[in-house]
Unconditional design. Structure first.
Ligand SMILES: CC(=O)N[C@@H](CCC[C@H](N)C(=O)O)C(=O)O
Length: 384
């Protein structure tokens, strides 16, 4: 049975109530299986990955396959406490689908549901991917070799919802769509002591404050203003009480650039700033960098031109986009397999990753219609 709009919205709300952090998506995985079991099974084949147990691959066997087309939907949520007063709010304290992966999975299920009823010409592989926000689930799956044999994918597609685009609008661009990112962890080792005797201690809070301010000058003073770079420290922890000088501080952040060269440049300058602070404060600063699979998201020219041309002449609402500084480990998959990532507008009052993120659920149907329309054209048009 084809899922109705109300059923799809209910599915998204069910996902919304059970958000789980990267690599812990067990309830989500179980619910995905529950939903997929209600679909007609004739053309479907499910594959689990023992080393990545929350992931799920679903193959739809084509009637006369020329190729295998992959579609990825990410599954994980964020450590954010929801602030929307919803009847279907998160049941998991302090965790929220603040990046819309509940909606991504629902769109994927809608597309899968359609092709479970209407056998596609080409083979399709749906990849429900854990750990997009951290831990690089896409990269892990690829490196485990899951996209091989009958799950080998010739071209890959995936969407991300966009809070600022009108609901249902498809946004895309050829070339770089998203930045590459690298996670950075900083541990400042000072010496603790009494608040009244700062000269006998080495205050890690003061060093951390200097580190953060100096590192921000990399963006404002070291990079060409016409090129894009971002450094954000989203987490800072130090100390235990007001009258004890903190001996250590821990800072966690992310650096971003539209090219790998920019990421490398920012990384190198952070190392230099840390060395300078070690000299001036006589402390020790440990740095850890981890790019994982968060490569710049590079859309394939040929496939993306076809995708954009289709969207422009179809019933879909389409908008050309500038590159964004969001990251995605779909960048790793697109580095290995050609494909296209695109935005789906959800017109949310709160931004992505905020406690107020609230996508317009009407976008679910629009996303399904736009992408199934594209797939039917890709698979059946003479000129392809
Ligand atoms: C779409 C989105 O918001 N993605 C995340 C990806 C995180 C990458 C990595 N963990 C990092 O923080 O650099 C993003 O924050 O852009």
């Amino acid at each position: 049975m084809t899922l109705s709009e109300d059923e799809l919205i209910q599915i998204r709300r069910n996902f919304h109530q059970i958000p789980e952090l990267a690599l812990h998506e067990t309830e989500t995985h179980k619910y995905l299986l529950e939903v997929i079991k209600t679909f007609k099974q004739d053309y479907l084949k499910l594959k689990k990955i023992s080393e990545l147990p929350t992931a799920l691959l679903v193959k739809v066997t084509g009637s006369d396959p020329q190729r295998t087309i992959g579609y990825r939907a990410d599954m994980d949520a964020l450590p954010v406490t929801e602030n929307n007063g919803l009847a279907y709010a998160s049941k998991h304290q302090g965790i929220m689908h603040a990046c819309g992966h509940d909606l991504h999975m629902t769109v994927a299920l809608g597309i899968l549901n359609y092709y479970s009823e209407n056998q596609p010409k080409d083979n399709l592989v749906f990849f429900f991917q854990p750990a997009e926000e951290s831990e690089s689930g896409g990269r892990q799956a690829y490196d485990l070799g899951v996209f091989s044999g009958e799950y080998q994918v010739d071209e890959f597609y995936g969407l991300h919802d966009n809070a600022d685009l009108p609901s249902g609008v498809i946004g895309c661009r050829n070339g770089t769509l998203f930045a590459g990112t690298t996670e950075v962890n900083v541990t400042v080792h000072g010496t603790s002591g009494h608040a009244a005797y700062p000269h006998e201690a080495n205050d890690a809070v003061v060093i951390a404050a200097n580190f953060i301010t100096q590192v921000q000058t990399i963006i404002s003073r070291n990079i060409d203003p016409t090129k894009c770079g971002v450094i954000t420290f989203g987490k800072l922890e130090a100390g235990t009480i007001r009258n004890v000088i903190a001996g250590t501080a821990r800072i966690e952040g992310t650096i971003r650039g539209l090219t790998q060269d920019m990421i490398e440049f920012i990384r190198q300058r952070i190392v230099e700033v840390a060395k300078g602070l070690e000299l001036s404060f006589n402390d020790k600063i440990d740095l850890e960098f981890n790019q994982g699979g968060y490569y710049p998201v590079e859309n394939n020219p040929e496939l993306t031109t076809r995708f954009i041309n289709y969207m422009k002449q179809s019933d879909a609402k389409y908008q050309d986009m500038a590159p964004a500084m969001t990251g995605e480990d779909f960048g790793y998959l697109l580095n290995k397999i050609p494909g296209t990532m695109f935005w789906l507008g959800v017109d949310s009052p709160g931004s992505l990753h905020s406690a107020d993120f609230l996508p317009n659920e009407k976008a679910i149907e629009d996303g399904i219609a736009a992408f199934t329309g594209f797939l039917n054209y890709r698979m059946n048009s003479e000129e392809n």
